[in-house]
Each structure stands twice: as structure tokens, then as C-alpha cells.
Design a protein around this ligand. Structure first.
Ligand SMILES: Nc1ncnc2c1ncn2[C@@H]1O[C@H](COP(=O)(O)OP(=O)(O)OP(=O)(O)O)[C@@H](O)[C@H]1O
Ligand SMILES: [Zn+2]
Length: 642
């Protein structure tokens, strides 16, 4: 049990003690409970008037208390004084049956608790918060102790077979396995001895997994720690941890040290606000010293992972440190298929499940996303009491991940359902009619996440860049929703505000970042911060004149107006299809690509595939507030939901 757990335990026990004590107090008071208080003088008068039947005199350090029963069976209570020697005589004289007993007072422990309990509790709470502030685990009582977790070679059964879809990366790190297996032999054969390896790639692409697999293949211990574990409140702790970790590793060589999120410590020095961060710099310096310091033939390899290599301190990337970089990218369609297969091995899969089809429908998903997808699908199957996970489960899991959980419990007024149906039909119609729009995959008016309805398009293939036409079509499609409301419902709702924001952002980016406006030419008027704020990339304007800014605004306006007009014309010209689509949505709530094709061809739509009575009410109760997955800027190939 580590310190922190210990402290929490103590705190919990103290609270329990306090509660117990209060309860005891209640019991203690039971003898007097319900007894009305009476002044001592009144009590004496009652005795003399012979209206008291019996009395119990309790003497204790805190004085004497009398509990008495009157002739009319009332219980009373009063405080007496042991000085009153006459009391006993009065009681005897007036026929009161009485008894004397020591007053029940709390034991020594209780007394201690009363006087010290609140104090102890406060101290406990204080210590607890101090430790929390220091970053949880470890800390005050273990200064310098490395927080690295060691995974024994016998406990690590991850192999390259578990890492799918990043063959190039695997190829590049194979050499490390040979080295770790037998450092001396590797050297004799003239191999260049690696020391540090930097895995670069977006979150969830399997960097940790790959590092673990190297250790697993070479059958060596695996120390893992996160960069943020080094960042502590007290100067010097982080550096001590680094020293400690390398010491441990050397004892267990050959082995791997894995540092996740190295950017937390490895950020460029002196880049911090307000005089830099001494603690972090010390930690980083220590790390550099350690990496220079150990003998390479010892067989310790340091692997670090980051998704922001650009912010790392240049000193970390110098020869002899993390001089080798391996890119772990988002998987392509083949990669996704393989990753799905890896994770499907762990669950019972029905015969109709095709990893290939699922892979096609999940562009932009990372390995972690796909692992999550398999998990969710298994849960969906469990919920409908199925023995095996079928394609429908994967489909539902995908919808949940991409569009947020269904909120079927949310009761929508009929008027609002109709409005949503036309709104989504508007998006879908434009999506079908404009050539560059991604194929419409599914339309639903079941509220999901924060959206009232969703039109989901999926690119046919992974997309790595946008073209101008695509972006224009996208803007028109976003406007389709509101225009449909105007045309068919004769109203405007707030539901379209997100559509407008996104449309405006696309138009802005076209003009300001991608140079797609003839008038302003191919010049960049904004710099991309690379930061994502509330799911949107921040566009910071560079220093441009007010006149230029006006022109930019005018251009953005023009693009928006043109696309709005285009969308409006398309909707007005296809009213029959709009009605048919809205009708289908109101009837079935969700329509898929086949049904939409029927409607667009002017045929009556075929009925939905899963109308069987066993069709489960998926996600009925789990209407959490999770927002639909809206991917940030650097994933242009992500599916779009409008
Ligand atoms: N290429 C892959 N093959 C199989 N499973 C994968 C792959 N990539 C990711 N996964 C799954 O996703 C999980 C999380 O991946 P991992 O922690 O290795 O990602 P990461 O790149 O280290 O992410 P982060 O940058 O967020 O730390 C893994 O445990 C695994 O189940
Ligand atoms: Zn919309």
C-alpha cells in the first residue's frame, strides 16, 4: 500500500470514528431522552408536594443529574448539586423511590476523540489535499523514488502480432529487438547501437503498444512512466526521479524505458511563460545527462512517445539521445482492417461480420478508436442477449461513437420532430445532389448527444486534403438544413446555429488560409495555431490592414451567399423528394444509404432492414451528454456529421 492510499485510509477511518461517536452520543443520551428539563428548585418543590414517584441520581465528573418520573408518569430531568445533603432526606421523607448510579460518561477514547477528533480530521484533510496537489501517487514520503512501473518480461505477452497496421514502424524497430536479445552479439556483428527512439504520432495510434511489443519480443523488462509524472511541485523531485529510474533500469539491463508524453518535460527550455519553469528544466537536464551517461553496450534503450515533436527541445533530438524517430500514423483502410481483426480475436464474432466493410466505414479512426469500437459492439450484442457479435452491433457501435449515444428517452414534440425531419432531409438532399459531397451514409432524427438529428456522410476513401469544390459543396450542404426549415416549416430554429458556424469557418479558411479566393489571391492571411479550441482550430489573424480585412469579409460573404442561393434552388426544385425523405424519417426515424437512393430515384423507399421484433432499443437508457465526435483540423479524412 503506498502512502497516498494509507492517508486516504486514515482519513476514512477518522470519519467513521466521528460518525460512530455521534451515534454513541445519541445512545448515551437515551436515558435522558424525552425527559423535560425542570429547574432544580421546581424539582424540590415537586418532591415536597409528593408529585414525584421515583428518581435516578447520576453522579459524575461533570456534575449530578437527576432523572425522575412524576406521579402522572412524566419524565423529567434536572441538574443537582452534590452539596445538597438535604436532598436524600427530602426524597426519603416524600416516599420517592430512588437509586444512585455513576453518570455514564464517554470512555477515555471517546473523550480523546471529542477533543482531538476535529483537529485530527482537519490535519488529515490537509495532508490529503497537499498530496493531491503534488500529483497524486508517490510524493512527500517518497521523494525521488521513481514512479516508473516495471512490467516483468514474464508478465508482458504483447508481441508484434498485437500491433497491426503499422508495418513500416514495426520494420524500423525490429533491429532493437535483435539488440536487446543479445547486446554483445549485436555489437560484434557491427550493428549501430541505438540509444533513444522517439515514437511520433497522433493519440491512440499504438505507440505504447509498439514499445511494449518490442520488450515483449525481446523478452526484456519494460519500465514505463509518463512525462507528466516528472512534473512536480517541488524543485528537484523530478530530477531525482529520473536518476532513480535510470538506476533501476541499469540494474535490470537489458531493458526498455518508455516515457509517454515526453513533451511534458521535454518542451523547449525557456519557452515557458514568466521566467521559465526551473523544476521542469532541471528534470530535462537530468534526463539529458543520464542519456549521455550510460554505456551503450549495457542494453538500456529509452523509447519516448509524443504527438508534438515540434515543441521538443532540440537537445533531446541530438545524436546519442533520441536521434531516431519513427512515425506511427493513423491507419489506412488496410491497417484498420488488420487492427479490427486483432481486436475481434478477443470477442465471439458472427459469420456476417466483415472487417473490410467496417474498415471502409471508419476513416480517420485510430487504433484506440477501433479497439473501442469492438468493445462497444460487444456491449451492444450483450444488451440484446446475443451469443455472438454481429454486423448490426458494429453498425450501432459506430453510430454511437461517431454521432454520440442515442437519446430515445427524450420525448420530442411532434412539431419539433417534423422540423428536424425536414432539416436533416435538407442536408441529405444537398449531400446527394452535389458531386463533391461525401456519400450520405445515414440520416436520423433520433436525438444523439447534443444534436436533435444527424446526417452522416462518409468519404469513400481516406481523404488527405480538401479541394475548393469540396469545401464549397460542404458549405451548401450545411445550409441545406436551415433552408429546408424555412421552405417547408416556415420557421427558423436555433438548431441550425452550429451549421452556420461551421459553414462560416470553412468559408473563412478558404479565403484566409488556403488562398482559394481569386480576388485576394493565394496569400495566407491567418496562421494556424495548431491548437484546437472547443473542437475547432483557432484561426489567428496575422497583422493585416483594415482595408484587407474588409475585403476578406466581403469575400467570405460572397462565398456564403452563393452557396446559400445554390442550396435554396436545389431544395425548391426537389420539393417532392424532400417530402418523401421527411416522411420516411418521421416513419422510421433512421434511413440508410439504400433508402435514400430509392427516394432520390423517385421510388418508394424499401423498408428498413432491421425491423424484426428482436430489434433492440439500443442505448435507450444511456443518454449521456457526450458530444458527437467532431474531429479537429488535422484529420481532414474524418467523417462529417451535419
Ligand atoms: N496498431 C494497433 N493495433 C492494435 N491495437 C491498437 C493499435 N493502435 C492502438 N491500438 C489499441 O489502442 C489502445 C491504445 O493504444 P496506445 O496506448 O498504444 O496508443 P498511444 O499511441 O500510446 O496513445 P497516446 O498517445 O494517447 O498515449 C491499445 O491498447 C490497443 O488496444
Ligand atoms: Zn443541421
Amino acid at each position: 500500500m503506498n502512502n497516498n492510499q494509507w492517508i486516504s485510509k486514515v482519513a476514512i477511518w477518522m470519519v467513521i470514528a466521528m460518525v460512530l461517536f455521534t451515534v454513541f452520543k445519541q445512545f448515551d443520551g437515551r436515558a435522558t431522552a424525552g425527559a423535560g428539563y425542570m429547574a432544580y428548585s421546581d424539582f424540590l418543590n415537586e418532591v415536597k408536594a409528593q408529585r414525584i414517584k421515583s428518581a435516578t441520581i447520576q453522579e459524575g465528573a461533570n456534575g449530578t443529574e437527576i432523572i425522575a418520573v412524576t406521579t402522572d408518569d412524566r419524565r423529567i430531568r434536572t441538574n443537582a448539586t452534590y452539596l445538597d445533603r438535604g436532598l436524600i432526606g427530602d426524597l426519603l421523607a416524600n416516599d420517592v423511590k430512588f437509586d444512585v448510579r455513576p453518570r455514564e460518561e464517554g470512555s477515555l477514547l471517546m473523550t480523546l476523540l471529542v477533543s482531538w477528533g476535529p483537529m485530527l480530521l482537519l490535519i488529515g484533510v490537509w495532508i490529503y489535499f497537499m498530496r493531491q496537489m503534488q500529483g497524486g501517487r508517490g510524493g512527500a514520503f517518497s521523494f525521488g523514488k521513481s514512479k516508473a512501473r516495471m512490467l516483468d518480461e514474464s508478465a508482458n505477452n504483447v508481441t508484434f502480432a498485437d500491433v497491426a497496421g503499422c508495418d513500416e514502424a514495426k520494420e524500423e524497430v525490429k533491429e532493437l529487438v535483435d539488440f536487446l536479445k543479445d547486446p554483445q552479439k549485436f555489437q560484434k556483428l557491427g550493428g549501430r547501437i541505438p540509444r533513444g527512439l522517439l515514437l511520433v504520432g497522433p493519440p491512440g495510434t499504438g505507440k505504447t503498444l509498439l514499445a511494449k511489443a518490442i520488450a515483449g519480443e525481446a523478452k526484456v523488462p519494460f519500465f514505463s512512466i509518463s512525462g507528466s509524472d516528472f512534473v512536480e511541485m517541488f524543485v528537484g523531485v523530478g530530477a531525482a526521479r529520473v536518476r532513480d529510474m535510470f538506476e533501476q533500469a541499469k540494474k535490470n539491463a537489458p531493458c526498455i524505458i518508455f516515457i509517454d508524453e515526453i513533451d511534458a518535460v521535454g518542451r523547449q527550455r525557456g519557452a515557458g511563460l514568466g521566467g521559465g519553469n526551473d523544476e521542469r528544466e532541471q528534470t530535462l537536464n537530468q534526463m539529458l545527462v543520464e542519456m549521455d551517461g550510460f554505456e551503450t553496450n549495457l542494453g538500456v534503450i529509452v523509447i519516448a512517445a509524443t504527438n508534438r515533436p515540434d515543441i521538443l527541445d532540440a537537445a533531446l533530438l541530438r545524436p546519442g539521445r533520441f536521434d531516431r524517430q519513427v512515425y506511427v500514423t493513423l491507419p489506412d483502410i488496410r491497417g484498420r482492417e488488420q487492427i479490427l481483426k486483432v481486436h475481434m480475436r478477443k470477442i465471439p464474432i458472427g459469420p456476417d461480420v466483415s472487417p473490410e466493410v467496417i474498415a471502409r466505414g471508419t476513416p480517420g479512426m485510430s487504433g484506440a478508436d477501433l479497439a473501442n469500437l469492438c468493445n462497444e459492439a460487444a456491449l451492444m450484442a450483450a444488451r440484446r442477449n446475443a451469443r455472438v457479435v454481429e454486423m448490426q452491433d458494429f453498425e450501432k457501435a459506430k453510430d454511437k461513437i461517431l454521432m454520440g449515444p442515442e437519446r430515445k428517452s427524450m420525448v420530442m414534440p411532434e412539431e419539433e420532430r417534423r422540423n428536424t425531419a425536414y432539416h436533416e432531409a435538407g442536408h441529405a438532399l444537398i449531400g446527394k445532389l452535389l458531386p463533391k459531397c461525401d456519400p450520405v451514409h445515414k440520416v436520423t432524427i433520433i436525438p444523439r448527444g447534443r444534436a436533435l438529428g444527424v446526417t452522416m456522410s462518409l468519404p469513400e476513401k481516406d481523404r488527405y486534403s480538401y479541394d475548393k469544390e469540396y469545401m464549397l459543396n460542404q458549405i451548401a450542404m450545411l445550409f441545406g438544413g436551415r433552408i429546408a426549415e424555412e421552405v417547408f416549416m416556415n420557421q427558423m430554429t436555433t438548431g441550425a446555429s452550429n451549421d452556420f458556424e461551421r459553414a462560416t469557418q470553412i468559408a473563412r479558411d478558404m479565403v484566409m488560409r488556403y488562398g482559394m479566393s481569386e480576388k485576394l489571391g493565394p496569400m495566407v492571411y491567418a496562421e494556424n495555431e495548431g491548437e484546437v479550441f472547443l473542437g475547432r482550430s483557432i484561426t489567428k489573424t496575422t497583422n493585416i490592414s483594415e482595408e484587407t480585412m474588409r475585403q476578406v469579409d466581403a469575400e467570405v460573404r460572397r462565398i456564403i451567399d452563393e452557396q446559400y442561393a445554390l442550396a435554396r434552388r436545389l431544395i425548391e426544385e426537389n420539393k417532392d423528394k424532400m417530402h418523401a425523405m421527411a416522411k420516411a424519417l418521421l416513419e422510421w426515424e433512421t434511413i440508410d444509404a439504400d433508402q435514400i437512393d430509392d427516394i432520390m430515384a423517385g421510388r418508394p423507399p424499401r423498408p428498413p432492414k432491421d425491423v424484426s421484433p428482436s430489434s433492440p432499443n439500443t442505448g435507450g437508457g444511456d443518454g449521456g451528454g457526450a458530444a458527437p465526435v467532431v474531429k479537429g483540423e488535422p484529420t481532414p479524412q474524418a467523417p462529417t456529421a451535419a
